[in-house]
Structure formats: structure tokens, C-alpha cells
Design a protein around this ligand. Structure first.
Ligand code: PGA
Length: 249
């Protein structure tokens, strides 16, 4: 049995005050960490606060991106080493908003993932098709290319230190969720594709679903056999909703 992982992607939300309030809310709640782990990914400016507040808790902290470089003349970039110093243990890579607005490629995501793992961070590697891809029947071609590209030269060992997130672009922030059976189909496709690298690692790797996950649809999605958790945007900004999602398991 794969353990579930519920990750909150706060995106560009969360002043220090808002971060404190949200984390206080999460700490006041409870969930069974035998069933699922929780990670929150606030913006860079709030990571130190989150890291300190959650140091003694079972909630992990993640970043939303990371530089492929370790230091040097890269204005505005944040390195894996810097993330480690503030208590970060996960990093979201290749989110569709990074791909869309910052031209991130599979090749760059692949390089970042290797750097992250080398530093001891767990990458949450995102893939997902656009509405156009889906409507033209290209979902599997696109997802297949993203998986092959982002996991290029991955060994079983690297796979065992990674998490995948399937986020159909058309479902992100739109309130449109993929029907559970449709999401399951893509998750199965991803797992089969990874089995081409290593069968055992494919059975063990966590594949999260993302795209308008809310308290009222979480259970039907998370109960699918190949969905091992969720990457949650909007609903991660309310402690009650986020706790309801993890407690729907
Ligand atoms: P959403 O975002 O839950 O607001 O759709 C998910 C994501 O982009 O990770």
C-alpha cells in the first residue's frame, strides 16, 4: 500500500501574518499520519516562518520552485541549499504555471529534479495536458513526453526519491475537476510508463492528482487505485478545507 500525500500549493499567496494564521489553523486540527502525510508549499518569503513553526510538527514544508544552479550570478534565484537552511524538504517542479509563464521545459525540470534529489529534497514533478491537447486526443502523447523528458536518465533510486503530480491544466483553478475515472486512467498510464524504467519503483512511486481538489470531491478522487494524494491550490489556503481533504481519506 502506498501512503497518501496531501500537498498544499499556496502559489503567490501568504504574507507572514497570513502564513502564521493558516499554520496555526492547521496545527489546531488533526489527521492520521499513518494514512497520509501533509506538506505545505508557501511562497519563498514565508518559508522561514513556516519552517520554524512546523519544526516540531509532522507537517512538512515545501518550496514552489528552485534554481538548477547551486550559487552565483543568478539574480532572483533560490538554490536547493538555501531551501534546506530554512527547513524545506519538498520542492514542486515544473508546475504548469512555471511552464506557461516562465517557459520551463521538461529538460530543465529534469535537471532541477536531479539537483533537488542530490541535495536531499523530494521533488514533486508536475505534468499535465492542456484542454487543446485533451480535445484533440493527444493527452497520452503529451503526458508520455512529459514523463519521458522530466524523468530522463532516472534510475530506480532516483524514482524512489521522487513524487509525480498529474495536473490537467484545464482543471487548475477553474473549478473543473477531472472525473475520478478519467484521472485514474491517466494515473495508470503514468505508472505504466514509469514501469518502463523500473517496475518495482513504478509500483511504489506516489502519483498525486491536482486541479480543483476540494473537500467535496477529494474522497472520490483519492479512492482511485492509482491516485496517491493531491496537490491542492485554492483549497489549501483555508486550514479547515485542507484538513477536510486530508481527513476524507
Ligand atoms: P487548484 O490548483 O487546486 O487551485 O486548482 C492546483 C495547483 O495548481 O497545484
Amino acid at each position: 500500500m502506498r501512503k497518501q500525500l496531501i500537498a498544499g500549493n499556496w502559489k503567490m499567496n501568504g504574507t507572514i501574518e497570513e502564513t502564521k494564521t493558516l499554520i496555526d489553523g492547521l496545527l489546531a486540527g488533526s489527521y492520521d499520519d499513518n494514512i497520509a502525510d501533509m506538506v505545505i508549499c508557501p511562497p519563498f518569503t514565508a518559508l522561514t516562518t513556516a519552517g520554524k513553526m512546523l519544526q516540531e510538527s509532522k507537517i512538512a514544508v515545501g518550496a514552489q520552485d528552485m534554481s538548477v544552479h547551486s550559487n552565483g550570478a543568478y539574480t532572483a534565484e533560490i538554490s536547493s541549499g538555501m531551501l534546506l537552511t530554512v527547513g524545506v524538504s519538498f520542492v514542486i517542479l515544473g508546475h504548469s504555471e512555471r511552464r506557461q509563464y516562465h517557459a520551463e521545459t521538461n529538460q530543465l525540470v529534469n535537471a532541477k529534479a536531479k539537483v533537488a534529489i542530490d541535495a536531499g529534497l523530494t521533488p514533486i514533478i508536475c505534468v499535465g495536458e492542456t484542454l487543446e491537447d485533451r480535445e484533440s486526443g493527444n493527452t497520452e502523447t503529451v503526458i508520455g513526453q512529459q514523463i519521458d523528458g522530466t524523468l530522463s536518465e532516472f534510475s530506480a533510486d532516483l524514482l524512489s526519491k521522487s513524487v509525480i503530480a498529474y495536473e490537467p491544466v484545464w482543471a487548475i483553478g477553474t473549478g473543473k475537476t477531472a472525473p475520478p475515472e478519467m484521472a485514474q486512467e491517466v494515473h495508470r498510464f503514468i505508472r505504466d510508463r514509469i514501469a518502463g524504467i523500473d517496475k518495482n519503483a513504478a509500483e511504489k512511486i506516489q502519483i498525486l492528482y491536482g486541479g480543483s481538489v476540494k473537500p467535496d470531491n477529494a474522497k472520490s478522487l483519492l479512492s482511485q487505485p492509482d491516485i496517491d494524494g493531491a496537490l491542492v491550490g485554492g483549497a489549501a489556503l483555508k486550514a479547515d478545507d485542507f484538513l477536510k481533504i486530508i481527513n476524507s481519506l
